[in-house]
Design a protein around this ligand. Structure first.
Ligand code: 9QG
Length: 153
């Protein structure tokens, strides 16, 4: 799997980046993010959202937030009507400050599955129907080389 298989690729976006997910998200589809964590990073986040409104803020189906300060972890959550749900925290961090990474978000019927550098990391059950997700954002302490959207067939 590589960005070469992508139907749509975004190269070297300025961070924070927000853009449409072409055609929305369906089971079997994959989003690939290739980037580098800056040496002094404290956190970054990927958000899969329902629209791109900031006021009121759009619902976020998947907020995926690697954190490097304190006890390293990855926090996932959803934002519904401007309120965060219950955090799902994995006390494991496959990202390294100063190092490149490849993150793959696999879209399943009932969950997102996230893999980092070729290894499964976590699963996050859908809190918001998949057919409402149409916007991708990435922000915080991260450099992104490419974002690729890979169709399901
Ligand atoms: O802190 O946690 C996820 O549960 C909040 C953060 C918030 C999220 C949230 O302030 O930060 O990570 O999108 C956001 O608002 C980010 C940047 C309890």
């Amino acid at each position: 799997m590589s960005v070469a298989n992508a139907k749509h690729t975004v190269l070297n976006p300025v961070i924070p980046y927000t853009g449409p997910i072409p055609g929305g998200l369906h089971p079997g589809e994959i989003i690939i993010i290739q980037g580098t964590v800056p040496p002094e990073a404290d956190r970054f986040q990927v958000d899969l959202s329902s629209g791109c409104s900031t006021k009121p803020r759009s619902d976020v189906a998947l907020h995926f937030s690697p954190r490097f300060i304190g006890s390293p972890c990855v926090v996932c959550n959803s934002l519904l009507r401007e309120s965060w749900g219950k955090e799902e925290t994995l006390h494991q961090l496959p990202y390294k400050r100063g190092a490149p990474f490849e993150t793959i978000i696999l879209v399943h019927q009932d969950a997102f599955k996230v893999a980092v550098n070729g290894t499964h990391l976590l699963e996050y059950k859908h809190k918001i129907p998949l057919n409402r997700v149409d916007t991708f954002s990435i922000s915080g302490n991260v450099r992104v080389h490419a974002i690729g959207y890979i169709p399901n067939s």
